[in-house]
Write a protein that binds this ligand. Structure first.
Ligand code: RP5
Length: 160
């Protein structure tokens, strides 16, 4: 297992699915858990230890609202933590992104945009690719396909 993807609540699943698809697509071994910094703090702590022992190299933590999950994970491990802010009902995710990004000095969390689950997965893969040439190759192909999609896109003036 290389990536541990943790989300704070079952309600986050739909917004995390695109990260799961990317990790699957790149063939990265990963595990997904629902654990909360506030509702299951002891289980979270135990899981972080287990994940480290199981060979996890990077954590992705998705959370909305007060969104303390990524920061709490970062406080318990020296592995990199990518924080994925989930759009909240009341404050549209501004609370989530600010909470995740504004970590105190000394305990960083790499924060992606609100609901940018795909980017969280890609960033994790880029980290793993530092020591894995085959993953790097897959990332090159991904970027190439992305580039071709943009260059092949056409504006149909009849449809406007
Ligand atoms: C956070 O609070 C979760 O990550 C979720 O985004 C948000 C709301 O959780 P629920 O009240 O839906 O369980 O902990």
């Amino acid at each position: 297992m290389k990536v541990a993807l943790i989300m704070g609540s079952k309600s986050d699943i739909p917004l995390v699915e695109s990260a799961i698809r990317i990790l699957k697509g790149f063939g990265v071994p990963f595990e997904v858990k629902i654990l909360s910094a506030h509702r299951t703090p002891d289980d979270l702590e135990r899981y972080i230890e287990e994940a480290e022992k199981a060979g996890v190299r990077v954590f992705i933590a998705a959370a909305g609202g007060a969104a303390h999950l990524p920061g709490v994970i970062a406080s318990k491990t020296l592995l990199p933590v990518i924080g994925l802010p989930i759009k909240s009902k009341d404050l549209m995710g501004f609370d989530s992104i600010l909470s995740i990004a504004q970590m105190p000095e000394g305990v960083p969390v790499a924060t992606v945009g609100i609901n940018r689950a795909k980017n969280a997965a890609l960033l994790a893969i880029q980290m793993l690719a530092l020591e894995d040439p085959s993953l790097l190759e897959k990332l090159r192909d991904f970027r190439q396909r992305q580039k071709e999609k943009v260059l092949n896109a056409e504006v149909n003036l009849d449809e406007i």
